[in-house]
Write a protein that binds this ligand. Structure first.
Ligand code: NDP
Ligand code: HSE
Length: 430
């Protein structure tokens, strides 16, 4: 039976899972694939660290360049999660005609174009199923299963850590810091967990999905990003009262050749399926012009789920080695190419204001919104004790980002508005 040799760069959460499950499910993989997948070398920083499984010492090295220089290695799996070193490793592997498998979404979001230009020059595939949605096969689905479709929109919960935090805060009443600690202990969070809470990781994934769907690498600076770090228990509570759940959503839409890519906390109607995606689970609602609506759901982070995605890429890499195919992992095309400026993107909104509890306040607020042609769809003002600051929650009809930004700064400048107004987008998936 033919054997394909793998160099594994990184044996942390994900790398250790790949090594463990390649061994554990070896006979199943051999039966299904018709060849052996064998790890020949593993690069780590610390040779004496416990990997949670038995690793022959002779496989380990602290020098990832050895994986490039070993001519017997045919597939290079990059799971170090670094920037410069991972980029050097991937470009070096492509030059040496080693197929690349990576889960490094931050790197792809920033250097996807450069990586795939090299991949095309050398005709070497780069596979990245683990980069988005953990164990959910969203990359292969977009690339292969939905090849017949113009993708009209993708709405995704694509960060497991932030969804886990929001679920713990909403369902268990847990504080932000405790919920984040639990996510880190479970191996869901990035090495730098700020990326999970500030929307950065979800933005990396949104860039990858949009690039795959629309055939050009979306520049990171064109993506609007807001994280969950400023969400308060009272917003979560008001949202619930109004019939919504708050989710960190990646919104990707095509509009007359322009592509809109944004990531932000969003009020999702409690009746919508995405509102029930809880804990570490991710989901992507994809709308294509041929397939219609489709939903993919599964574990978005963690060792085993991500390992499943990496091994599926390994199988694809081995297939490509045994019979070369056209699939390089990403196919550019020229039907799209421009991103919609955020100012022109429209949405509905939730607005929370801390205001003086006195006559005329609602009129002042309404007059600013009216002058800006912004419509109010409902108002909620829970009773406040005399002399206390009142909370005013307004649901706002569709308006552009530019309109609502102007409204927020004018409202913030009103004497009766006591704190910076809080705005969260609302999505009805129409
Ligand atoms: P970890 O931090 O747990 O693991 C990183 C591994 O890379 C460690 O084994 C580390 O060695 C090794 N490493 C880092 N730098 C070097 C270097 N310069 N030379 C040699 N080895 C190095 O990360 P994860 O396993 O969680 O993530 C790996 C990648 O997968 C990241 O890009 C991440 O974004 C992505 N990913 C992670 C998911 C998850 O759920 N965790 C899900 C999907 C993708 P040592 O152990 O000795 O320190
Ligand atoms: N930190 C990431 C998350 C890992 O929580 O979604 C999976 O990409």
């Amino acid at each position: 039976m033919q054997t394909f040799s793998i160099g594994l760069a990184g044996m942390g959460n994900v790398g250790a899972g790949v090594f463990k499950h390649l061994r554990g499910n070896r006979s199943l993989l051999r039966e299904r694939l018709g060849y052996e997948l064998e790890v020949r070398k593993i690069a780590v920083r610390n040779l004496s660290k416990d990997r949670g499984c038995e690793v022959p010492a002779e496989l380990l090295t602290t020098d990832w360049r050895q994986l490039l220089d070993d001519p017997s290695i045919q597939i290079l799996v990059e799971l170090m999660g670094q920037k410069q070193e991972s980029l050097e490793l991937i470009l070096g592997a492509i030059e040496r005609r080693k197929i690349v498998v990576t889960g490094n979404k931050a790197l792809l979001a920033e250097h996807g174009r450069e990586i795939f230009e090299a991949a095309m020059r050398h005709n070497v595939p780069v596979f990245f199923e683990a980069a988005v949605g953990g164990g959910i096969p969203i990359i292969k689905t977009l690339r292969e299963a939905f090849v017949a479709n113009h993708i009209q929109s993708i709405h995704g919960i694509v960060n497991g850590t932030s969804n886990f935090i929001l679920t713990q805060m909403t369902e268990q009443g847990l504080g932000f810091a405790d919920a984040l600690r639990q996510a880190q202990d479970a191996g869901y969070a990035e090495a730098d967990p700020a990326l999970d809470v500030n929307g950065g990781d979800a933005a990396h994934k949104a860039i990858i999905l949009a690039s795959l769907a629309y055939g050009f690498w979306v520049p990171p600076e064109k993506v609007f990003v807001e994280g969950i770090e400023h969400l308060t228990a009272s917003d979560i509570c008001f949202a619930k009262k109004l019939g919504y759940r708050i989710k960190l959503l990646a919104v990707i839409k095509a509009d007359q050749g322009q592509v809109e890519v944004r990531v932000h906390p969003t009020l999702v109607p409690a009746s919508h399926v995405l509102a029930s995606v809880n804990g570490v689970f991710n989901a992507m609602a994809v709308r294509g012009d041929v397939v219609g609506d489709a939903l993919l759901y599964g574990r978005g982070a963690g060792q085993d789920a991500t390992t499943s995605a990496v091994i599926s890429d390994l199988a694809e890499a081995a297939d490509a080695l045994s019979s070369p195919r056209r699939n390089l992992g990403f196919t550019p095309h020229s039907l799209y190419g421009a991103c919609k400026p955020i100012g022109e993107c429209t949405s509905e909104y939730y607005l929370r204001l801390a205001v003086d509890d006195r006559p005329g306040v609602i009129a002042e607020v309404a007059s600013i919104l009216g002058r800006l042609q912004i419509g109010i769809s409902s108002i909620l003002q829970p009773e406040a004790a005399e002399g206390e600051i009142a909370t005013l929650v307004l649901m706002i009809h569709r308006a552009s980002h530019a309109q609502i930004s102007t409204a927020l700064s004018q409202l913030g400048a009103l004497g009766c508005v006591r704190k910076t107004p809080r705005m969260i987008r609302v999505e009805h998936f129409s």
